[in-house]
Ligand binder design. Sequence first.
Ligand code: NAP
Length: 273
Amino acid sequence: MSRPAPHVLLLGGTTEARELAAAVHAADGSAGAWRVTSSLAGRVARPRLPAGEVRVGGFGGASGLALWLREHAVDAVIDATHPFAETISGNAARAAAASHVPLLVLRRPGWVPVPGDRWHPVDSLAEAAAQLPALGRRVFLTTGRTGLATFADLTDTWFLVRSVDPPEPPHPPRMTVLLERGPFTVDGERELLRRHRVDVLVTKDSGARATAAKLTAAREEGVPVVVVRRPPVPAGVPQVADVAGALAWLAGRATAADTGGPTADTGGPTADG
Ligand code: NAP
């Protein structure tokens, strides 16, 4: 009797996670193939669903995730969450280490400035808020609806806030909300900057293709950009930059799973219990 396909849990919520789920799911049934379950946090009202099995909602911290890995006989975990989803990445590292399940981080590269860019790198949203009064009074804020409280004290500043779902208070008192989801075009972003007379843009360094057009538009319009740097990936966890790298890692793991179970190579922190 043939063994069931090994099971990979894919922590998602990104374009790359959806692309990886589609590729793994398409190969299901072939030799060395994996069964894939994607996990979404459930933050977005109408998420774009990945191919294959999908579960939605938190696990209950690192210990809850470790339990889920055991109960669902998970052979490998790929953390393909957003570069700023720091808590789930830390939880994945602890849960995988505690469960002796191999873990890979799939993190797309960050954006790189080019000549003409006027970037102001900062380490946090709070630092971005502190810099804004010196840079402009009409701000295009593209850091998402969470974290708006950080800008709530800037009463002299007008914000154009773009998010997928409506923001909730606390938020800046002077604000216009654009409910939109990428991909965005350079022409569209340039038109937005001009129409709203934006004099400074704030973004996280997500590195996403779908939202990079605003950086080109800002450069062309001479608009300064406050770029929030990424938090680090948990120490010791292997990392790849694209879907092809993740597929190659899985191919190696399929062999390990076939020959008596995978080996842990998380090297990450220990479980929080
Ligand atoms: P976070 O702060 O790192 O995580 C907070 C909690 O949300 C986690 O402790 C976990 O709850 C739950 N969670 C997060 N991602 C999950 C997933 N993929 N599956 C199941 N539970 C998850 O996360 P976040 O920054 O709020 O991001 C939430 C989701 O949105 C992520 O999947 C991320 O990929 C996506 N996203 C985030 C951003 C961003 O700017 N942060 C942008 C675009 C998309 P428990 O502790 O209960 O397990």
